[in-house]
Every structure is written in C-alpha cells, then in structure tokens.
Design a protein around this ligand. Structure first.
Ligand SMILES: C[S@@+](CC[C@H](N)C(=O)[O-])C[C@H]1O[C@@H](n2cnc3c(N)ncnc32)[C@H](O)[C@@H]1O
Length: 299
C-alpha cells in the first residue's frame, strides 16, 4: 500500500491505544492488522491492541526502534520480508499439548483406526494431516495413537503430514524434543516405548523416537494459500486455528478440506469451532467437534 492510498490519520487515529514505552496509534494498529490478515488470514480486532503491543514491543527493543510507526514502515518495505516473518511468529498463538482434547484420540483409536489398520496390513495406505500442527504435539499424538495399536506401523505405508505457517514451530516439531512437563500428558508406558531420553542443558528431556519420526513429516504451509499436496487423507486434524480467522476465510478452508478427505474420513476441529458454509452439508457430526465426510460408509 502506498502512503497516498493509506488513510491520512486524524488526531484520534494518531493517539496511543495502549499506555507504554512506545506509541501504538490506531493507524499503526490498522497497518499491522491488515498485513497480518493478508499474510495469514488472522483477524485482529481493536480489542487485541494490548496483545499486539505486548508481543511486538520486544521486537521494537531488539531493533532499537522508537515507535510502532517506524516498525510499520520496516515491515511494509519490500526488504522487510524477514521481519514480517518475525511479526507473524510473534502474533500467532502456538499453545498446544500432547493429547489435547483427548476425545479426538479416543475416537481415532476406537472408530477410525481399527479398519484402516486392517486395510494397511494388507498393503493399503493410511494418510493423516495435522493442519496447523504448532510445535508437533498434535501430529505426535496421532503417531502415538497409531503405534499403541500397531507398533509396526512405521514399516508400512502410513504417513502423517504436519504443517504450520510458522517455520520456528516446524523446526521445534521436527527436532521432536520435549521437556518432562510437556510430555506429562503421555502415558508412562508410551513414553518408555516410543521416546528416547536426552539431556538438554543438564536436564532430562524426551525425544520422539525413530518410529514416531518416521511416521510424521513436517512442512511449512499457509492454510490461506494454495495447497501443493495431491491425494486424500483418512483424517484431518484442524484444531484451534480457524478460530483466529474471519468467517469467510473459515468457510473457504472447510470447503477446501472436503475434496481432500476420503469418503467416511474424519475431520477433527477445535472445541470452540464449527464447520459452517457449503462444507457443512457434506459432513455429519460424529461426536464432540468431530465430523465424518458423507458419501460412503465409514471405513
Ligand atoms: C493454537 S495453535 C493450535 C495447535 C494445534 N492444532 C492444537 O490444537 O493444539 C495454532 C497454530 O496455527 C498456526 N497458524 C496460524 N495461522 C495459520 C495459517 N494461515 N496457516 C497455517 N497455520 C497457521 C499458528 O502458527 C499456530 O501454530
């Protein structure tokens, strides 16, 4: 956007929205929120001004900038690509944990996997997608659910695609190293079988073992851009991400998932999310925040 196209701020637009060390004006906030929306689909209403301030103030200090308007000029410039990534990483919420929303993994284990495993043992394939996987706990929980039923799974045609917009969380997921407290939701028996213990800075940590690493492939992918992968999935986990998008973006994402789910395949979404728009008539509810694609008997 050129300076001429941007609305000239009035007195109200240039006043600080949040008290503090740096001035974050309404105009600065709009510049930041429109960039974030265009890059990621994340919608930041003015009620998030304090959060934007808190998360970006650190960047201003690191870059020795005096005001948010200087930060805006930096991220809007063509050479600001690197900082735009930093801004996106700072403003996305990466909260996740192993076996978050445990009913999904129970559904996967009891209602989805038994038939898929039988088919895969006869040479078939199994495909899962953790879309917006954050630091990896979600795709590894899928892997653990599969391995606890079928320890040999990694020797067969079984894959879990794990994607996120943020390259930092992808790197953490790929490394697969978690502290004691982060792995605490994983049952002791699964921890011992499928993780290795490692030392990080003199403290014991748990690293996803070979079978888990073989099953999960991490890739950077922006859900609001085009998706390169072909083929369909037996289940898609897209949890606690579309909540940050506006309604038309949410509907478009649900619609894009449907052709990528096998008939009868599962779609798991976050506890405060809902499939809306044209996709809603193509799925049936199958439990708490769980859907099945219509069109065939459940596999
Ligand atoms: C709250 S975490 C959810 C993690 C996991 N699905 C769960 O429920 O525990 C939201 C994740 O969505 C990612 N995200 C935000 N916008 C995205 C986009 N446009 N495309 C892909 N991932 C996005 C963030 O980087 C963050 O890791």
């Amino acid at each position: 956007m050129t300076n001429a196209q941007r609305k000239v701020p009035g007195a109200e637009d240039s006043q600080a929205m949040v008290p503090g060390e740096f001035t974050l004006s309404r105009d600065d906030f709009r510049r930041i929120s429109s960039m974030i929306h265009a890059e990621s689909g994340i919608f930041l209403p003015e009620s998030k001004a304090a959060l934007v301030y808190a998360r970006l103030a650190k960047r201003l200090r690191t870059l020795r900038l005096q005001a948010f308007k200087d930060y805006c000029a930096l991220v809007e410039a063509p050479e600001g690509e690197g900082e735009r990534q930093e801004m996106l990483a700072a403003l996305t919420t990466n909260v996740t944990r192993f076996y978050r929303e445990p009913h999904h993994f129970e559904h996967l284990k009891t209602r989805v996997l038994p038939k898929l495993i039988q088919a895969a043992q006869r040479g078939g394939k199994m495909r899962f997608w953790s879309a917006a996987c954050s630091t990896g706990q979600e795709p590894y929980s899928i892997a653990l659910t599969i391995l606890s039923l079928w320890p040999e799974a990694a020797k067969h045609d079984v894959r879990i695609l794990a994607t996120d917009i943020d390259p930092n969380v992808i790197a953490t997921g790929r490394a697969g190293v978690y502290s004691e407290s982060l792995v605490s939701p994983v049952p002791e028996e699964q921890r011992r079988r499928f993780f290795e213990t490692v030392n990080v800075d003199g403290k014991p940590h748990w690293r996803a073992g070979e079978a888990m690493q073989k099953l999960v492939a991490f890739r950077q992918l922006n859900l609001i851009e085009s998706w390169p992968m072909r083929g369909t999935f037996d289940a898609i986990f897209c949890r606690n991400v579309v909540i940050y998008f506006d309604e038309p973006t949410q509907q478009r994402i649900w619609e894009n998932f449907l052709p990528r789910i096998e008939p009868g395949g599962a779609l798991y979404i976050g506890h405060s999310e809902r499939v809306t728009g044209p996709a809603a008539s193509l799925v049936a509810s199958d439990g708490i925040s769980t859907y099945r694609k219509l069109g065939a008997d459940h596999k």
